[in-house]
Design a protein around this ligand. Structure first.
Ligand code: NDP
Length: 331
């Protein structure tokens, strides 16, 4: 079976040389186990954190050991009565062709609700991140003004549409013309900012949110967070989901220079990790499946073909190569 291992820890932006393809033998399955052939895997910005040495909220990847991450595969052989041959399962052993399991933490997914890879995106971890951030952290009220950074990405694009479904005014930022166009044409949000083309994010936000921003859904950190703090209303909420602009930093980034504004404006700033909210998963899936069915939520996928190209797909996240959810089709 083929797998991608971490060859060395990236410094700064990850490079292809940090990854290596190897092969390994998989021992035959024993009683209670099943064998899965991966069809899809996810690459996610949080994986950059696991490539660093030391503890984060998930353990670091080990050198010369295969990488891990969300994946969808088909059971090709089983000696476990709860899992049938042909079932599609969601697991966490991406970056390889095959894996075996005794079923712990493995979910069977229903290909009749949506294409199976949707369980890595809109109906999976990234969709749920958007839903938890808005509902559980922001406690979003209808009529609020919401600013979303990395708005055309896997999480951001869903945030935009969930907020629209709650009758909010939504402003998104993204870094490419095709993403701006997609957000305008497909999500129905109220304003879009190309942050690479504006003279200043704060000025652009003031223009599109003349009455201020109530909720900032932060996927980027850094300059985006500073601009959001400039335009937040009193008692606003910054939902701290991610800070991708800092993940490749070799020196600790400067704090937003205007951080004092969280006091002056009595802002609530709250970080969260989606994994802590798994008790809400059924509620999320029910709500999301219904929004998908009524076409109130649409999404885009950027598909990279072939396990060997997974490192490039991952690196591309930091270049903004992806529109919507970045996936790798393994077979
Ligand atoms: P995306 O699909 O949004 O892909 C990443 C996007 O980020 C890129 O396409 C790019 O879009 C943008 N980006 C990259 N570098 C920069 C930069 N320096 N400045 C501004 N934008 C940048 O990824 P996800 O939706 O999977 O993740 C979005 C965020 O959510 C990440 O920060 C991630 O860590 C976080 N996250 C947090 C979770 C949690 O539990 N807290 C769970 C899942 C994700 P563009 O072209 O617009 O710049």
């Amino acid at each position: 079976s083929r797998q991608i291992v971490l060859a060395s820890r990236p410094e700064g932006v990850p490079q292809e040389i940090n990854f290596k393809a190897t092969t390994t033998e998989i021992a035959p399955i024993t009683d209670g186990e099943f064998l899965v052939k991966n069809e899809w895997m996810s690459v996610d910005p949080y994986m950059r954190g696991r490539m660093k040495e030391g503890e984060s909220y998930v353990p670091a990847f080990k050198i010369d050991r295969p990488l891990e991450g969300g994946c969808i595969g088909k059971i090709v052989e089983t000696r476990n009565n709860d899992f049938n041959e042909g079932d599609y399962v969601l697991g966490n052993l991406g970056w390889r062709d095959y894996w075996k399991s005794s079923g712990d933490g493995i979910t069977v997914v229903d290909p009749n609700v949506a294409p199976v890879q949707t369980y890595l995106g809109a109906l999976g971890m990234t969709g749920m991140t958007a839903w938890v951030g808005l509902n559980k952290i922001a406690k979003l009220q209808s009529g609020s003004t919401v600013f979303v950074s990395a708005a055309s990405g896997a999480v951001g694009s869903i945030v935009c549409q969930l907020a629209k479904a709650k009758n909010c005014r939504v402003i998104g930022s993204a870094g490419k013309a095709e993403k701006i166009k997609w957000l305008k044409d497909k999500t129905g949000i109220d304003a879009v900012i190309n942050y690479k083309r504006t003279d200043g994010l704060t000025a652009a936000l003031k223009q599109h949110a003349p009455d201020g921003v109530d909720v900032y859904f932060d996927n980027v950190g850094s300059d985006h967070l500073a601009a959001a703090l400039d335009v937040m209303n009193d008692f606003g909420v910054c939902v701290e989901c991610g800070m991708i602009a800092t993940y490749n930093a070799t020196d600790p980034p400067a704090a937003p220079r205007n951080l004092f504004k969280i006091i002056a404006k009595r802002i609530r700033m709250e970080g969260f990790i989606v994994r802590d909210h798994m008790d809400a998963q059924d509620e999320f899936v029910r709500e999301m499946a219904s929004l998908i069915e009524s076409k109130q939520v649409v999404w885009e996928e950027t598909i990279t073909e072939g396990l060997e190209n997974a490192p490039a797909a991952f690196i591309g996240l930091f270049e903004g190569d992806n529109l919507g959810k970045q996936l790798v089709r393994i077979s």
